[in-house]
Design a binder for this molecule. Structure first.
Ligand SMILES: Cc1cc2nc3c(=O)[nH]c(=O)nc-3n(C[C@H](O)[C@H](O)[C@H](O)COP(=O)(O)OP(=O)(O)OC[C@H]3O[C@@H](n4cnc5c(N)ncnc54)[C@H](O)[C@@H]3O)c2cc1C
Ligand code: SF4
Length: 316
């Protein structure tokens, strides 16, 4: 691990301002992703700004009937919150499908959204990777790409976003609240928060340098039956090959988002009109234009089957 300096932030605005003025600064929350990346020298921040002392660890109701989740709320606490379990079941289930109990005790809401890809070549510093080292190439295209994206990828990168929580937040239409280094507050719809790789796969979100996430807001409950189904190579402690977050209403209408298939949680709102017609019709629209790599075409039928199973479960 490279040497770095360290400070504790006293307020969100101060943290954002410090991050902008200090070259190579990064925030640290639970540290469950960042510290691993630092040990492997995939990330080498010159300065860490510890945000754990900020007053951002509560879950509060909003005036319009939703919930405001502080950036530092731990994944365990969010999954167990009675309001989340009752009104946003898909979120609670997605959180509990991720990582392990110990990791969820440390992992934060903001850190989870910003965790980096699990592409094996991103972790192997002997291999070219445009995300780790822009312009170096992509070892995954033509390499071992079983776990990687089938849609939304580019010539530069076919990585997937690994978060389970983010897929549930996408189906719930969450909004990410931030403070910028100039002190201004920003509200970013989750649909616009994560980016597709294009030719700049190292730029993964809409955040500007130094911008700090302060909260994620959920709109008032959508009702319906909420299901999160994660398909993976082993029953726990593994990232999704494919995951489905769904909200299904009594008349068969609803919403669906996918994990494990793209550089961001994948949702195509227009495809949801086909939900009463079943999984085949929805999947055809959700994955229209998919370009699987040589090892991962199996994800296309896997999405359809997983969605079919989710819709059956939701209908009871
Ligand atoms: C073995 C293992 C298995 C895992 N399995 C899963 C899984 O199955 N599913 C899943 O979804 N996740 C999984 N994870 C990932 C885990 O969920 C993340 O590591 C965790 O959510 C990151 O949160 P953190 O608070 O520890 O972030 P950190 O490591 O502290 O930070 C992550 C990134 O977020 C930035 N950051 C942190 N807080 C803020 C803020 N407030 N504003 C702006 N930037 C910020 C940091 O600078 C850093 O770039 C796994 C991790 C491990 C190690
Ligand atoms: S898919 Fe993306 S993360 Fe993986 S090697 Fe290629 S550029 Fe790097």
């Amino acid at each position: 691990m490279r040497t770095f300096t360290y400070e504790r932030a006293n307020s969100p605005a101060e943290a954002a301002a410090a991050a902008e003025r200090t070259l190579g600064a990064k925030f640290i929350a639970g540290g469950t992703n960042l510290l691993d990346l630092m040990k492997l020298e995939i990330e080498a921040p010159a300065h860490l700004i510890d945000v754990n002392g900020l007053d951002l660890d509560s879950i509060e109701p909003t005036p319009d009937g939703g919930l405001r989740i502080g950036a530092l709320v731990r994944n365990t606490d969010l999954a167990a919150d009675p309001r989340v379990r009752r009104d946003y079941g898909v979120l609670s289930r997605a959180l509990l499908a991720g990582a392990s109990g110990q990791l969820r005790n440390k992992a934060t809401t903001a850190g989870n959204l910003l965790q980096r890809t699990r592409c094996p070549y991103f972790y192997d510093t002997a291999q070219p990777c445009n995300k780790r080292q822009p312009g170096s190439g992509c070892a995954a295209i033509g390499g071992f790409n079983r776990q990687l994206a089938v849609i939304g990828g580019s010539e530069a990168c076919i990585a997937t976003h690994p978060s389970d929580m983010a897929v549930a937040m996408r189906v719930l239409d969450a909004t990410v609240e931030t403070v910028r280094p100039d002190g201004a507050t920003r509200f970013i719809p989750i649909a616009d928060f994560h980016r597709l790789p294009g030719d700049t796969p190292h730029i993964e979100t809409a955040l500007v340098p130094g911008e700090l996430i302060t909260a994620v807001t959920l709109p008032k409950p959508a009702g319906g039956t909420q299901v999160y189904r994660k398909v993976r190579d082993r029953a726990s402690y593994a990232f999704a090959l494919v995951s489905v977050a769904a909200i299904v209403q009594r008349d068969g209408s609803g919403r669906v988002a996918l994990g494990g298939v793209a550089h961001k949680p994948w949702r195509v709102e227009a495809a949801e009109a086909a939900m009463p017609q079943g999984a085949k019709a929805v999947t055809a629209q959700l994955l229209a234009g998919a370009k699987p790599a040589h090892d991962n075409a199996f994800k296309l039928p896997l999405v359809e089957r997983t969605l079919a199973s989710v819709l059956t479960e939701a209908k009871g």
